[in-house]
Structure formats: structure tokens, C-alpha cells
Design a protein around this ligand. Structure first.
Ligand code: 5GP
Ligand code: ZN
Length: 116
């Protein structure tokens, strides 16, 4: 079952066992500031259920819930006028460091493409 993994950092943040600077949360997702921000706004959006990577998602309603919360963050942080980036890193080549799926919401400065 995906619900909670005791040795997972983001499961612990979702459960309130490790402190995070929470921007928004509901019963299914949490949005919090990245500890090492790469832009003036850098918020992570996670499901409360544990899925290690995008490839492990079995309940696809998770995707909608993550993007609904991302939209809330965009609104709260007033990112829509200037634009922003949403990123999901997957596994080694994708640069995923934390094995609990998350969206990065980055804004407040221009972004380059392609990423390095
Ligand atoms: P990934 O590389 O897995 O896509 O991104 C993981 C992100 O989690 C990184 O941007 C990193 O700065 C952030 N991060 C790692 N540990 C913590 C933590 O304990 N608290 C918070 N708020 N962010 C974290
Ligand atoms: Zn987890």
C-alpha cells in the first residue's frame, strides 16, 4: 500500500513529524517551501500517500490532486502574471533525489531551457 513509508522524508513532512514551511495543504496533498530554493519562489507539492516515483503511481487521481494544489500555489504566490515552471524529476537521469513523488513550482525569475 502507498500510504506511509516510515523512512521517507516527505512522508514524515506530510505527517507533521518533520517541520516544513507549509504553503497550503488539504486532505490529499501538501505544498511547502523547498529547503534549498532555486528561485525566489520554490514550492514542492506532494501527495500524502507514498509513491516513490512517477512510474509507481497506481491511483491516477493523484495527478489531478497534485496539479490542483499546484494551481493553488500559483494563485497564492501570484505567479500567473509573469509565469512559472512546474517540474517533476523521475529517477536517476531525471535528477530525482527524494523518492516520494513531488512537483517543483518555480517562479519569480526567468527560467532557461533546456535544463542542464
Ligand atoms: P528532487 O531532486 O528529488 O526532484 O527534489 C528534491 C527537493 O527536495 C530538492 O529541491 C531539495 O532541496 C528538497 N528537500 C530535500 N530535503 C528537504 C527537506 O528536509 N525539507 C524541504 N523543505 N525540502 C527538502
Ligand atoms: Zn514517502
Amino acid at each position: 500500500m502507498p500510504d506511509f513509508k516510515a523512512d521517507c522524508l516527505f512522508c514524515k513532512i506530510a505527517a507533521g513529524q518533520i517541520k516544513a514551511d507549509i504553503v497550503y495543504q488539504d486532505d490529499r496533498t501538501v505544498a511547502f517551501n523547498d529547503i534549498n530554493p532555486q528561485a525566489p519562489v520554490h514550492v514542492l507539492v506532494i501527495p500524502k500517500d507514498h509513491y516513490a516515483t512517477l512510474d509507481d503511481v497506481t491511483d491516477r487521481s493523484i495527478y489531478r490532486e497534485l496539479f490542483d494544489t499546484a494551481a493553488k500555489v500559483v494563485e497564492l504566490k501570484k505567479l500567473s502574471a509573469d509565469g512559472y515552471r512546474v517540474v517533476a524529476n523521475c529517477k536517476e537521469n531525471g535528477g530525482q533525489a527524494v523518492a516520494h513523488i513531488h512537483l517543483h513550482i518555480l517562479g519569480g525569475r526567468p527560467m532557461k531551457w533546456p535544463p542542464g
